[in-house]
Structures are given as C-alpha cells and as structure tokens.
Write a protein that binds this ligand. Structure first.
Ligand SMILES: Cc1cc2nc3c(=O)[nH]c(=O)nc-3n(C[C@H](O)[C@H](O)[C@H](O)COP(=O)(O)O)c2cc1C
Length: 352
C-alpha cells in the first residue's frame, strides 16, 4: 500500500529535513510501497558489467548513510546510490539547511555532507551483502581534511567489494573548495589515484563514475571529457545541484544559499549532459540527473545522451508513485518512437 497520499499534507507542513528523517524511518520499518510486476523489458540496460532492470535510480543524498537501499529497490528503482559518505562522521552546516520552493517544485540545500562516516555505512553494507540489487556508493571528502584526494582513496578502499559502483563526488557546492577538484590538473591526479586504489587481481574492477556540477564552462567540460576518455572512467553523472538561480522568480526561500535542485535545474543539466555526450563521442555511459519529474523529462535526458537516470527532488513533491509513472511513460514513449530498447534511444537528439 502507498501510504504517501495520507502522509503528504502533514509532510509538506513540517521542516523538510524532519520530513525526510520520517520518510527514512518509515522505509526502515518496511512501510514503503513494493513494486509487484516486473519492469517492461524495453527498459533493461547492461552497462559497465551490471544489469539494470530499469534505468531509474535514486540520486545521492536521499540515503546518505545506506539505511534503506533495499526499500528503495523494492519500490521499483533500478538502482540505489547511497552517500555522500566521508571518512569521518560529519555534522554538516547548522539547521535549517534544506528549503522547499513549492512555486518552482524545487529544493535548495546546504547540508554540507552530514553523514555518519565510512564505518557506519560499511557495517550496513556488510549486513546486506547477500542481497541482490545494484547499490552504488557516492564518496566524498571531510570538510577539514588535510588531503582531500586521500579521503577519496580511503572511500574506495573501504567499500571495494561492497559497492556495485563508485561515484566520485567533486561537485557539491556546500563544501568550500571541493569543486576546484574539477580543474584539469587536480582532476587528473584525483582520478589516477582513485582508479589505482581499487583492488587489483579480482575478476571485476568496480566501476568508477564521476559526478560533475552543471555550472561548468565549455573549457572545463572539454577538460573533463578529455580526462574521462584518457584515464578510462566508467561513467559520468550529470549533474549535481546548481549555484545559479536561472529562472527563479523571487518567492518563498528563493534567496537561500546552497545548491538548487528540482524543476529549474532540468534545462541546464540536460544541456550539460548533451555537451558531455558530444565531447565524449557517446563512448562513456552517462547518468542524467537534474529536475526529472515525468516520463517526458526522463525520455528527454535519454535522448540527450543519458543511459541511466536519477532523481531526488521530485520525489519529495510527488511521492514514490512517481517511480512507476515515469517508467510506464518512458516505455510508452520508446515504443511510440519505434525503439525496441532504451539503448537505441540514447543520444538520439545529439549530433555527434
Ligand atoms: C537534500 C539534498 C541532498 C543532496 N545530497 C547529495 C549528496 O550527498 N551527494 C551528491 O552527490 N548529491 C547530493 N544531492 C544532489 C542530488 O543527488 C542530485 O544530483 C540533484 O538533487 C539533482 O537532482 P533532482 O533535481 O532530481 O533533485 C542532494 C540533493 C538534495 C536535494
């Protein structure tokens, strides 16, 4: 049963971070909805050695501490990304630090990587080890770290063998200086060290994806594409939240500091997605994220070059029933355009 319609009026009245905490608690108690029927076969896709039943995943930040990946998968998500996790536990910025912009169907957050640290997440992932389902781990650096790249290496070492894939998150706007790791030389050093930190000698090297900001210029995007292709990154996630306030008319919470997500991020992040698809010549799988709230949005990201999708903000407005709606719409649109499967539609709108 989907309890969300009952809870929704109450949830929209309370502080968003408290509402989120209650959601996680409900999911931990097994109160989340469960998808009954299998996904349409046209939505399945194989990428970097993993088989995804459908391309829609939960974006990082929803389950920072890996408390509910299996509940997320059970509601019909094709994969779950937990984190961002940092080596040591971290309190994050003072509250309030998450704001709803209902007029724009958007969210602004300046959480600042609040999380319980590597050890706590590791225990939970070990406890679910025998379960099926794709669970990626999004790794970051502590705010006060003397060597941030070493924090990413520690993340790889802590979760190698437990994570289906890694996301290297260097694009949060809420840790001062973090996004400078997107600059060419720093990025190159980071990626070389991160890739080398993986266990060698195992049958399968854990895939490593890079998550980038939507606020990068043409030159920075070209540098990232070049580094990704040269060093053999497995994928790029486009994008994190934006510090730009494009298209926001003033209204409740529009002036808050932090990263903006939800509907106003859609156009921007999809533009950057298509740019990266073009710059990498479609040779690296991309994950489209930013403002997805419908089957149209999802299909738009696929046609702009995404092989996988993630979302977060729209769920806070529409609840978990959105997952099934997006997948059904996406399957219908693929069929209407004559695509037998998702892979054939990837990048259909981009001229290489
Ligand atoms: C409250 C909140 C917390 C987030 N925390 C993280 C995080 O810890 N790590 C990360 O990589 N992205 C984080 N994000 C960004 C999302 O993963 C996603 O990239 C962004 O919200 C755009 O997707 P959306 O428009 O569907 O929300 C967070 C987003 C929100 C709204």
């Amino acid at each position: 049963m989907d309890l969300y319609p009952l809870a929704r009026p109450f949830m929209s009245l309370i502080d968003p971070e408290t509402a989120h905490r209650l959601t996680i608690r409900a999911l931990r108690m097994g109160l989340g909805p469960r998808q009954k029927q299998p996904d349409p076969v046209s939505l399945a896709i194989d990428l970097f050695g993993l088989h995804f039943e459908n391309p829609l995943g939960i974006a990082a930040g929803f389950d920072k501490n890996g408390e509910v990946p299996d509940a997320i998968l059970a509601m019909g998500m094709g994969f779950a990304e937990v984190g961002t996790v940092t080596p040591r536990p971290q309190a994050g910025n003072p509250r309030p630090r998450v704001f709803r912009l209902p007029l724009h169907r958007a969210v602004i957050n300046r959480l600042g990587f609040n999380n319980e640290g590597h050890e706590a997440l590791k225990k939970r992932l070990i406890a679910r080890r025998s379960r099926r389902g794709i669970v990626g781990v999004n790794i970051g650096a502590n705010k006060d770290s003397a060597d941030r790249i070493a924090d990413y290496e520690a993340g790889i070492r802590a979760f190698d063998g437990l994570a289906s894939y890694f996301t290297v998150n260097i694009s949060s706007p809420n840790t001062p200086g973090l996004r400078a790791l997107q600059n060419k030389e720093e990025l190159e050093t980071l990626i070389v060290r991160v890739l080398a930190a993986r266990h060698t000698g195992t049958a399968r090297m854990t895939p490593v994806l890079l998550k980038i900001a939507p606020d990068l210029g043409a030159e920075e995007l070209a540098d990232i594409a070049d580094v990704a292709l040269r060093l053999g990154l497995d994928g790029i996630i486009v994008s994190n939240t934006t510090i730009v306030r494009e298209g926001l008319v003033s209204g409740v919470n529009a002036d808050e500091t932090g990263g903006l997500s939800g509907a106003p991020l859609f156009a921007m992040s999809t533009r950057v997605l298509a740019d990266i698809y073009r710059l990498t010549q479609g040779r690296i799988p991309l994950v489209g994220v930013g403002g997805i709230s419908s089957g149209d949005d999802a299909y738009g990201k696929i046609r702009a070059g995404a092989s996988l999708l993630q979302l977060y903000s729209a769920l806070t407005y529409d609840g978990p029933a959105l997952v099934g709606r997006i997948k059904a719409d996406l399957a219908a649109q693929l069929a209407a355009d004559g695509f037998a499967n998702l892979k054939d539609a990837v990048g259909a709108d981009v001229k290489l």
